[in-house]
Design a protein around this ligand. Sequence first.
Ligand code: SAH
Length: 476
Amino acid sequence: MRSFPIFVSFEGKPPLVVGGSELAAIKARLLLKRAPVVDIAAADMVAELKSLAEAGLVVLLPPRPGIDQLRGRPLVISATEDAEEDTRVSAMARALGVPVNVPDQPDLCSFALPAIVDRGDVMVAIGTSAAAPVLAQRLRAWLERELHPRLDSLAKFAAEYRAPVASRVPAGPTRRRFWERVFDGKPAKAVLAGNEPEAHRLIGEAIEEAALALPQEGRVLLVGGGPGDPDLLTMKAVRALKAADVIFYDRLVGAGVLELARREAVMISVGKAKGEHSVPQEKINALMIERAQAGETVVRLKGGDPLIFGRGGEELDALRAAGIAVEIIPGITAGLAAAASLQIPLTHRDVSHTVTFVSGHGLGGTEPDFDHLDLAALAGGQNTLLVYMGVTTAGDVARKLLDAGWKATLPVIAVENASRDNERRISTTLTELAEHPEELGLTSPAVLIFGEVAGLAAAGVVEDILSLREVRRVYA
Ligand code: SAH
């Protein structure tokens, strides 16, 4: 049973345990962690339950409860250890819409009991969908060690200040940051150390400070989301994702990267795939400026590095012109990720001394536009060319290079979806690519590496166009 965790209130009717055995006592004890009273429906009770009844914590009801005893209960646990009776209670509870649990009988349960770490107002419930109770127990033991024993005091302390803070500190990012500073800073430390008077003094000071402070300044973080694998993000990028109020992200950003975003952050996709409907650049700029001016922390999350072929420069200009504070967090650009995955160096003492990053598309157009590049000067080898956005123009790129005098047999490797689970690599040569670009069967996103380094031994599986053609010829 894949289930969703919630926290149930026992403020109305008490929960009901059916059965009076040891098992029923274990369940009653668990419920008494939060329930003021637990009702037990049983013919007889073990000693523990009897003493709980004497203390007023358990109330004994007649066995075989009927519809009227079940209706309106926050939950029912049937622990009679009599299969027929448990089935009857389960069916009745389900018909009434009352959550029911029968220990070790998942088929009879509409909810599962979690492993619990109890710190008063702070409670951690662990579930493993009944797949691995031992794992849940180990996690609980670990959390018991990790979570401060005085967490409850901290939660109560914060609750006490909720209203005063709400009336003095402006809502939104300013207030959120206030609380982050309280929990990460000295007031929380003082509470956890058991020094409540000091904690009250410190939070009082913090409230005065926050109430007097100017409204929170908004800012934009231009963040490199890397090629797709979340492990390739920088620590700074992860921190930015966790601090964001709003995130504008491109289609190229990996799903695993987006999962690291702060849960409360507003996620806005701004598209940016070739030929796909996307938000126009001016609109993206305007939205970012508007949000930052409202005091929010805006993350502009772009694939790879934000300043390589990502129109990051234009966004930077627009933000600066609007007087918005900007920070840039670099990312691993696709070409570098592809080379790392292949384990081929982009510069190499013997064969390459320069690396050139080029776009396979001209400004706004679809034709390659290398006119600004002196391709003939680079033709002498000793250079590596990384072509981005070249999936549909790879053949044209190769022909331009041949025209400029580049070596006909120069090795070329294309890498699709570098660093992702579906990464694919294909090797060919300049002439082959110029003549049969479709043979690569390339899909976007892909980078192409032109240069002698593409002929060095690569790690992992590389599809070889020439061998593939030979195989097809021989077995045709
Ligand atoms: N700022 C990005 C590039 C954006 S332009 C960066 O630094 O990587 C978009 C182009 O990047 C795509 O057309 C493709 O050539 C390349 N690209 C982005 N992610 C890629 C990936 N995971 N694998 C291969 N190429 C990728």
